[in-house]
Ligand binder design. Structure first.
Ligand code: CUV
Ligand code: SF4
Length: 621
């Protein structure tokens, strides 16, 4: 495959050419080396949950139809799907836990490096949970909020707080199905239990547990991550900044923050403003310190501070290949184990910071939350010391960069609308906006980088569908210029007029992957305002280049919340026609929404538009 076929992004194409010229292996080479992928794995027909196996089911010929224990294709495929959901939910929710703990530390000690940047949001949460606020300090109130958050992870078995944000009909549906999540950790543990040898065998019963677990992510762990990150680091407001590898500087110390948790990246942004460090950088011959983001932790600091974003998932190796990165600081999730090897070809230091994610070949500097600012400065110092090692002769920073407007939290959207949802509802009712689609999720080298994200977004806005985005999808749109108000020119007449009146782009960046919880909140608010269920709304979602187990959890809570969700490729379930039918057809009668699988982005848009029009008709619009 030619390099320009691997990505639509000119910056990526150039760095792939450089990788080739210099003999550096990237994710695309490793994908090629893996061909052909294991067919049993692709279909979800292998199991290694016990030592009587590993077993595999022959989907075609007269090979075995049962594992040694007697498990059939339905059981094996659904157990695997449930484990994927559990892993994805665990990732988001464990990220959420770290935010809860940082929040609690701020409540307990007050004087630490984490402060409450948005006390108004904290008070709003307190009132949502009926916590008294009169005559109490912000710390006392925060402690009560953190008690509730900690309980949510436990096993008290009460309904998760944020599920009460869903429309009443949706809550009643979940209760009647028996899928009210009872505790964030509990659901993940129960998934692991029920999918071990000789426990749950029924694919429907297993899928219901998958649904319950995904809800504990979307309306639980992820939502806690978003809400308390906003309290600690500030609720995003409209910001402008730059995207793509062109944000790297040829004269400054370049530090790329990659991973997920804002507890690290947000502090790094402020630590880099320290005059002492700046002085040190100048002594080393640099003109300054340039902090850039990558993937979702990049989205966190992009949303709150307009920090430049160097790229999305498939650009992590390519950023190092520019030869201009002094340090890539990583915490958890979506960090390729290959980074230290790629960095070995250059002066770049990969600095791992989480006790949960250690990378052989990287420099490990454990991030101490209790001493956050000091650790951040220490890490930045390592990068500065590394600047003189940069070989300017091997530096090649692509000039490609693109501006963005972002920061569309629920609060920002309401603000842009003048304080109420009414103008948006009116635009939907009048038909100038046909509906809303969320495009989320990763890159995957099996798909030409960003191609599906961009083709789908363009097709939707052209047809007057407002697009909201998170994760690597949103970064793709930033790089393609879709997050600029001028992109309204690419939108249909109705949507363009609304965007121009409000001064916003037709594609709204709502944050990182945990911030898909913001999309749920908007969906619930619209449904509540119209007095209907989420599944009645002209609303859809897509993950057109997904790769992570987290995306499976997100897709499942979207569908379980009533949102029709389109994937470019299926999770490994096709080996069970019963499970496949349940997910793509049967679920309609259970949760009021289904998954669809379609590889072509223009056809994906067609499916979404068809769905939106069907819902409009049913609502009498
Ligand atoms: Ni959490 S999960 S590749 S960074 S969106 Fe990007 Fe987003 Fe997928 Fe990872
Ligand atoms: Fe085989 Fe059953 Fe063991 Fe899985 S649980 S490895 S299907 S015997």
């Amino acid at each position: 495959m030619k390099n320009h076929e691997k990505s639509i992004d000119p910056a990526s194409q150039k760095m792939l050419d450089k990788a080739y010229a210099e003999g550096i292996q990237t994710v695309w080479d490793r994908l090629e080396a893996q061909q052909p992928h294991c067919g049993f794995g692709e279909l979800g027909l292998c199991c290694r949950h016990c030592n009587m196996g590993p077993c595999r089911i022959d989907p075609f010929g007269n090979g075995p139809k049962l594992g040694v224990c007697g498990a059939n294709a339905d059981t094996i495929a659904s157990r695997q799907l449930v484990r994927m959901i559990a892993a994805g939910a665990a990732a988001h929710s464990d990220h959420g836990r770290d935010i809860v703990l940082a929040f609690r530390a701020a409540a307990e000690h007050g004087e630490g490096d984490y402060k409450f940047k948005d006390e108004k949001k904290l008070l709003a949460l307190a009132s949502e949970f009926n916590i008294p606020t009169e005559g109490r300090t912000i710390q006392e109130i925060a402690l009560d909020v953190s008690d509730i958050a900690l309980d949510e992870y436990g096993m008290r078995g009460q309904k998760l707080q944020f599920t009460k944000r869903a429309p009443k009909v949706r809550q009643d549906l979940w209760t009647s199905l028996g899928v009210d999540p009872r505790g964030i950790d509990r659901e993940v543990v129960e998934c692991m239990h029920r999918t071990t040898m000789g426990v749950d065998t029924d694919y429907v019963n297993l899928t219901l547990q998958g649904i319950r677990t995904s809800l504990s992510d979307g309306w639980g762990g992820s939502m806690w991550a978003t809400e308390l990150s906003d309290v600690l680091f500030g609720t995003p407001e409209v910001v402008k900044g730059w995207s793509n590898l062109g944000v790297l500087s040829d004269k400054e110390v370049n530090i790329v923050v990659h991973g997920h948790e804002p507890t690290l990246s947000d502090i790094i942004v402020f630590a880099a403003r320290d005059p002492e460090l700046l002085k040190k950088a100048k002594e080393k011959g640099a003109e300054g310190i340039n902090i850039c983001g990558m993937c979702c932790t990049g989205n966190e600091i992009l949303m709150r501070h307009g920090v430049p974003i160097a790229g999305n998932f498939l650009q992590q190796e390519l950023a190092i290949i520019t030869g201009a990165v002094e340090a890539m600081i990583v915490d958890v999730q979506c960090i390729m184990p290959s980074l230290p090897t790629v960095a070995n070809c250059f002066h770049t230091k990969v600095i791992s910071t989480s006790p949960k994610a250690v990378f052989p070949g990287a420099t490990h500097v454990p991030f101490d939350e209790k001493n956050a600012m000091e650790t951040a400065k220490q890490i930045i110092s390592i990068a500065i010391d590394n600047y003189p090692n940069r070989n300017q002769g091997r530096v090649n920073i692509p000039s490609d960069r693109m501006g963005y407007m972002a920061g569309f939290s629920v609060e920002t959207i309401l603000g842009a609308l003048g304080g109420t949802l009414d103008p948006l509802l009116d635009a939907i009712k009048s038909g100038s906006i046909r509906g809303i689609a969320g495009i989320v999720g990763c890159n995957n080298p099996k798909v030409r980088q960003d191609h599906n994200h961009i083709a789908l977004a363009k097709e939707l806005i052209k047809n007057n569908v407002l697009v909201v985005e998170t994760g690597c999808a949103a970064i793709a749109s930033a790089k393609a210029g879709l997050l600029l108000p001028e992109a309204a020119d690419m939108a249909g007449e109705g949507l363009a007029a609304v965007c121009r009146a409000l001064g916003v782009p037709p594609v709204l960046h709502m944050g990182s992957c945990v911030d898909n919880s913001r999309v749920l909140v908007v969906a619930a608010a619209i449904a509540n305002a119209l007095g209907v269920d989420i599944s009645d709304l002209p609303l859809a979602a897509a993950a057109p280049e997904w790769m992570s187990e987290k995306a499976v959890a997100i897709g499942t809570y979207a569908v379980s919340s009533g949102i029709y969700t389109v994937l470019n490729s299926p999770p490994p379930v096709l080996g069970s026609s019963n499970l496949t039918n349940l997910l793509t057809a049967g679920a309609e009668g259970v949760v009021g929404a289904v998954f669809a699988v379609e590889a072509d982005p223009v056809k994906q848009a067609g499916l979404i538009i068809e769905h939106i029009e069907k819902k409009r008709t049913a609502l009498g619009l």
